[in-house]
Design a protein around this ligand. Structure first.
Ligand SMILES: Nc1ncnc2c1ncn2[C@@H]1O[C@H](COP(=O)(O)OP(=O)(O)OP(=O)(O)O)[C@@H](O)[C@H]1O
Length: 490
């Protein structure tokens, strides 16, 4: 718990293993140094932003997660999904598209997706942010139930209400990146009393603590930090009992530890990924195909843009292909075709990839699939749209501009254009992954323009200094352009 900017998400990223670089210190699990590979099998991290696929239904998303994370048959998966959806209060929204779910439903779905494989340790960054008081209560009650079943639930909270606060077992309060209290929730007021901060009657202890952290009663953070040994002190921890629910049913810590141990043992023998590469690939292709057909706007825009430009270009260069007087125009047309197809594939990929990255980060971090499967599945789905777009464009331009009507020439012409567009797509993927979307729109074209200049269209190899000739050899535009000219005139 802590004020905004206190360092909660940073700490959570480090504990979950999401941030491993530029941090120092040791992370111990049950007294042993954390083995990251083992730990990732035991844990799931639900980040602050939902990062869900907006075009799937709740049930489809659950089945895809189950297919990737469980080695059960369809009926068993279905039963498990039903159980989780009921527990999460999502049963009635199972056929709804994720994009139209409310904030609370999306949060619950984020948890449900990670619950599928029943991880013993769950990290949640602000699971109640953006939720109303009833949804927050439902969400924490559910987490409490999971903790009672023996899981370790670690979550960050901004400033919980008294009801939410009473649901917590252990509290770790951060201010300015340091710990100012660690201990049980019911020890908070006695702790504050012991150091001279008397919480006024009828005053919420959480508000009081946050005001102290905010410096409303003076600069006391370093004093609090020292007293609690920056989180190392165990003085205010609960050692005897864990309160389970309002009826004060209790269970011993040993019982909880025993259940946690059995979860841990179960996971030790689980492979890092449940499915092999090919199975992951098939599941991800299925998901991409569903997404592609639901997200019709982008697909239809790409196809109709190719159709429109092809008609304009075809009309401009109408029947010039076999007229010797227009040989230079035909030369320019060949170049334009490669430029257009490459650039359109490049920009479409470059702007869509950054939207996918947060989802990829979450799913890959939580061991849903390997990166290779994700990449290839994305390529296969995009391959289809790119092929249709390139085919429509090439057929129209080739025949309207009056190139030789030979199927072999047309096939090769089409192949040159298609391969060039795939290279453009790959460069768009690299740029989209490397830069933020606003930067990639500005700097992305620089990844293409050097190849354009070195294609042999503007400057010829024989006219440049011999030291620069190798630059032409790395320009894929040059190969595509030469290929097209050989197809047309060879
Ligand atoms: N221990 C630390 N030492 C120095 N800087 C820190 C420390 N922890 C966090 N920070 C920095 O403080 C800033 C805010 O951190 P973070 O986003 O984790 O806060 P937060 O509590 O999650 O905020 P919010 O509730 O608004 O999401 C970041 O720039 C982070 O790098």
């Amino acid at each position: 718990m802590g004020l905004s900017g206190a360092g909660k998400s940073t700490l959570m990223d480090i504990l979950a293993g999401f941030t491993t670089t530029s941090v120092t210190g040791r992370i111990m699990i049950n007294g042993r140094k954390r083995n990251m590979s083992e730990f990732r099998k035991l844990s799931a991290y639900i980040m602050q932003d939902d990062n869900l696929q907006p075009f799937l239904t709740v049930q489809e998303a659950m089945f895809i997660a189950a297919d990737l994370k469980l080695s059960l048959n369809h009926h068993q998966k279905s039963q498990k999904i039903d159980k989780i959806l009921v527990a999460m209060g999502l049963d009635e929204s199972r056929y709804m598209i994720i994009g139209v779910l409310s904030g609370g439903q999306r949060k619950r779905l984020g948890i449900a997706l990670e619950l599928i494989n029943n991880p013993p340790v769950m990290f949640l960054d602000e699971p109640t942010s953006g939720l109303d008081s009833t949804s927050s209560k439902q969400c924490l009650a559910l987490l409490k139930q999971l903790a009672q079943e023996g899981r370790t639930i670690i979550c960050t909270l901004h400033q919980p209400s008294a009801i939410l606060f009473n649901m917590l077992d252990h509290l770790y309060v951060i201010a300015n990146g340091n710990c100012v209290y660690t201990g049980s929730t019911y020890n908070l007021v006695p702790y504050l009393n012991s150091i001279g901060f008397v919480c006024p009657t009828h005053y919420d202890p959480v508000d009081f603590l946050m005001e102290i952290c905010n410096g409303d009663y003076g600069p006391h953070i370093s004093k609090l930090m020292e007293l609690i040994e920056n989180g190392k002190s165990n003085k205010w921890r609960s050692t005897k009992t864990v309160y389970l629910n309002k009826s004060q049913e209790t269970t011993t810590l040993q019982q909880v530890a025993k259940r946690s141990y059995s979860f841990e043992m179960e996971f030790r023998h689980t492979p890092h990924y449940i499915d092999n590469f090919w199975k992951q690939l098939c599941i991800l292709i299925k998901r991409n195909v569903i997404r592609l057909f639901r997200d019709k706007v982008l697909m239809l825009t790409r196809i109709s843009m190719h159709l429109t430009i092809a008609l304009i270009v075809g009309a401009l260069y109408f029947k010039i292909g076999q007229d010797a007087a227009y040989v230079l125009d035909n030369y320019s047309l060949s170049y334009y075709n490669i430029m257009f197809l490459t650039y359109s594939a490049f920009s479409a990929t470059m702007v869509t990839i950054p939207l996918e990255l947060p989802i990829l980060k979450r799913e890959h971090f939580n061991r849903w699939y390997k990166l290779q499967s994700y990449y290839l599945a994305g390529k296969v789905a995009d391959f289809l749209v790119q092929f249709i777009s390139t085919f429509i464009y090439t057929v129209i331009v080739y025949y309207m501009s009056g190139q030789l009507p030979e199927s072999r020439r047309f096939g090769l012409y089409m192949l040159m254009c298609f391969v060039a567009s795939l290279v453009g797509q790959t460069i768009g993927f690299i740029v989209g992954c490397s830069l933020k979307i606003q930067n990639s729109v500005i700097f992305g074209p620089f990844a293409i323009m050097p190849f354009v200049v070195l294609s042999g269209f503007f400057v010829h190899t024989k006219d440049v200094n011999p030291y620069f000739v190798w630059l032409f050899d790395i320009s894929y535009f040059k190969y595509a352009f030469e290929g097209i000219l050989m197809v047309v005139y060879g």
